[in-house]
Design a protein around this ligand. Structure first.
Ligand SMILES: *Cc1c(COP(=O)(O)O)cnc(C)c1O
Length: 393
């Protein structure tokens, strides 16, 4: 079974995880992360969502409206709600999966606290259109959600720098991982200072128990993605036996993990530092896979390809098909695990439908039904293998 994704973890990460912890590990990871992202500050959190929640707090945004895409990871909406704000969902643009920026002005009100611009699947948000919105609303605070994009670029301009701050997710399925974890970057000295102060007050220090759990989780990841073993892991996953480890939301709850207010561990920071040092190599591989797919799949009927944008970083290579189930089944038969992320439009999830009346988001709903993620972590050769298996008659 070719896995939907495979974390790019090697012996250096393993060695880093096994080295005795030092008090400055988290700080050193932050420094390396900020340097790679060309930002003045990076502040580490246990999850990306914790970072977003405390960032909103540091920006003084409470009891306000926060604009975000309907088609995004549900944890973003959760963080908005749990920081005492109201999410305002904006429908998507089918061409690049991102928020349809033409629909943003209609969502802006007196109570708007911030706008979360997301480069979903690593497809950079259109910074020219975003600039035009900012020109009309100069006080609008823009937060870049770079959990899928990291340092994606729009016409040479890195998305993470195009706002007051950017948030990143660092779990095992992200482009770069620190086992779990999240990061907030900014060029604003005062904001970084406030964010660190709030983190100091609101997060409890990482416990020994958490460090051990993270280490064990990392040890379990290595064999899970070993190809012969992955077939079994995937069968267990499909049978629902791994739900505890892979499920990240419940349709009827707005909640956070129990350890979401416990600081990032030194183990995670050390793994993250090795990973961020390999960022460029990881991206090169993903781009090579995407280029290969672009060529091999061009012109195929009933299959819409993602836009070919030079600065995209391809957390996912996502095509659209109105016959998704057919493709997912075929994948299983032929030993290719295809993904269906993001498989929901957040305002259509039960809790959000019931508690937050919102405008219709038909494009997001369509993307939720049609998105198929092809494996990208195997590079160009992996992409050729996937197409060969899926397309042969
Ligand atoms: C993963 C992700 C996040 C952050 O997730 P955490 O699990 O809280 O680290 C934020 N936004 C998007 C779009 C994501 O995919």
């Amino acid at each position: 079974m070719i896995p939907r994704f495979r974390p790019n973890l090697g012996w250096r990460e393993l060695l880093a995880a096994l080295t005795p912890p030092r008090s400055e590990d988290v700080e050193r990871f932050e420094r390396a992360f900020a340097d790679e992202m060309q930002q003045r500050h990076a502040v580490a959190f246990p999850y990306g969502r914790t970072g977003l929640m405390l960032l909103l707090e540091a920006l003084g945004i409470r009891g306000m409206e926060v604009i975000c895409p309907a088609y995004t990871c549900v944890v973003v909406a959760h963080a908005i709600v749990l920081s005492g704000n109201t999410p305002i969902f904006v429908d998507s643009d089918a061409r690049d999966f991102n928020m349809d920026l033409d629909k943003v002005p209609a969502a802006i009100t007196e109570r708007t606290g911030a706008l979360i611009a997301t480069s979903i699947f690593g497809c950079p948000v259109d910074l020219d259109r975003l600039d035009r919105i900012r020109a009309s609303y100069p006080r609008l605070i823009v937060i870049q959600d770079c959990a899928h994009s990291f340092a994606a670029e729009w016409n040479g301009h890195p998305v993470q720098r195009a706002g007051r701050a950017a948030i990143f997710g660092l779990n095992i399925s992200k482009i770069v991982t620190s086992i779990f974890g999240g990061m907030v970057t900014t060029d604003d000295d005062q904001l970084a200072h406030r964010l660190r102060a709030i983190r100091q007050i609101r997060l409890r220090p990482a416990s020994m128990g958490k460090s051990i759990r993270r280490l064990l989780y990392l040890f379990a990841v290595y064999p899970s993605f070993w190809p012969p073993f992955y077939t079994l892991v995937n069968a267990l996953e499909r049978a629902g036996c791994l739900a505890r480890f892979v499920k990240y939301y419940d349709e009827s709850l707005i909640d956070m993990p129990l350890d979401c207010m416990e600081a990032m561990t030194a183990v995670e920071a050390r793994v993250g530092r090795v990973q961020i040092g390999r960022y460029r190599e990881i991206i090169r591989r993903r781009r090579a896979a995407a280029t290969e797919y672009d060529q091999l799949l061009a012109g195929r009927e009933r299959l819409a390809l993602p836009p070919a944008i030079a600065g995209a970083t391809y957390s996912h290579y996502t095509v659209r098909s109105d016959a998704r189930d057919h493709w997912l089944r075929k994948g299983i038969q032929r030993g290719v695990q295809l993904g269906s992320l993001v498989e929901y439009s957040v305002p259509e999830l039960r809790v959000y439908r019931e508690r937050y009346s919102s405008v219709e988001c038909p494009v997001a709903a369509q993307l939720a039904r049609e998105a198929i993620n092809l494996p990208v972590t195997g590079g160009a050769r992996g992409a050729r293998m996937v197409v060969e298996r899926l397309i042969r008659t």
